[in-house]
Design a protein around this ligand. Structure first.
Ligand SMILES: Nc1ncnc2c1ncn2[C@@H]1O[C@H](COP(=O)(O)OP(=O)(O)O)[C@@H](O)[C@H]1O
Ligand SMILES: [Mg+2]
Length: 276
């Protein structure tokens, strides 16, 4: 890929987990809105193709879903794709999941190969909320992701499955792009959040505090808590995560823009050798 193209393409972040109900959707929508507040162009792909609930979590009455995009596949370009996205008042755009689980089968690898790059040319970030575990569809999304946020909580069963998932991602050569997110980290539990990195062999996790009232209210009324509870510890942790994610991208862009001194020297030497 040319340097120019690399800079123009947005980053793809997949949010996944080994267990259901750990907070993937809550984190996806709030992270998206927090990034959007930093004037970053952002879209969400609801990649829980059977039971996606991003639209619900953002109170969006989505007219179109990814199923409609697939029916338009032959004529698809970035402009037609844009017309299928639902717009949240924060500025976040959402490509909703089909409204019936049986339609999930329509979403093929070829379709995702076409849709995701179009989302990435239009947005600085695209966040994919995913279904539980390592299904074929989720694996496709994880393979395409630049960064994977693997969400866990402090429950024994979740930790056990998260460990297995990490091991599998390691075998699949995806371990390097995984960042662990310990959600509900302040919850009372036999296992302390600080012990989780050792238990799972995952350094430098992101910690999100426990606040069931704010979290459940946010999902139930469809208002991301970073919008109406911006001063809560929960929202602050999401802003911090957004900051870490966006500064990581700035670093990557600077790296691709400015060749290092060493590579300059190498290029000079190569040029000299070629002309000799
Ligand atoms: N940080 C948190 N503190 C308290 N409750 C949370 C937190 N994150 C998620 N929850 C609760 O967990 C449940 C599942 O969240 P959800 O985002 O739907 O999970 P998933 O998408 O992984 O199935 C919801 O009831 C939500 O309110
Ligand atoms: Mg969900």
């Amino acid at each position: 890929m040319s340097e120019e193209k690399q800079q123009k393409r947005g980053e793809f972040i997949a949010i996944c987990s080994a267990k259901g109900g750990v907070g993937r959707t809550l984190l996806s929508v709030n992270l998206a809105v927090a990034l959007c507040k930093k004037n970053i162009r952002i879209s969400i792909l609801d990649g829980d193709f059977q039971f996606g609930d991003v639209s619900l979590a953002m109170d969006l009455q989505s007219t179109f879903t990814i199923k409609d995009v697939i029916q338009e596949m032959n004529n698809l370009d970035e402009y037609t794709l844009a017309s299928y996205l639902s717009h949240h008042e924060s500025g976040v755009k959402v490509l909703s999941a089909p409204d019936k689980p049986e339609f999930a089968d329509l979403i093929t690898e070829e379709a995702l190969d076409k849709i995701i790059p179009l989302l990435l040319t239009q947005n600085e970030y695209t966040i994919a909320d995913t279904g539980v575990g390592l299904t074929d569809k989720t694996l496709l999304l994880l393979e395409k992701a630049d960064q994977i946020l693997l969400v866990t909580n402090l429950e024994m069963a979740t930790l056990k499955n998260t460990k297995s998932m990490l091991e599998t991602l390691d075998k699949l050569d995806m371990r390097d792009k995984v960042r662990l997110v310990i959600n509900r980290a302040t919850m009372e539990s036999v296992i302390q959040a600080v012990d989780v990195p050792d238990i799972l062999g995952a350094e430098d996790p992101i910690y999100i505090p426990n606040d069931f009232q704010i979290a459940s209210q946010s999902l139930n009324i469809g208002i991301p808590f970073v919008v109406n509870q911006g001063k809560s510890e929960l929202a602050k942790s999401i802003y911090k995560m957004a900051e870490q994610i966006s500064s990581r991208r700035e670093i990557t862009i600077i790296k691709t823009k400015a060749p290092s001194l060493l590579s300059k020297m190498f290029n000079k030497r190569r040029l000299k050798e070629e002309t000799e």
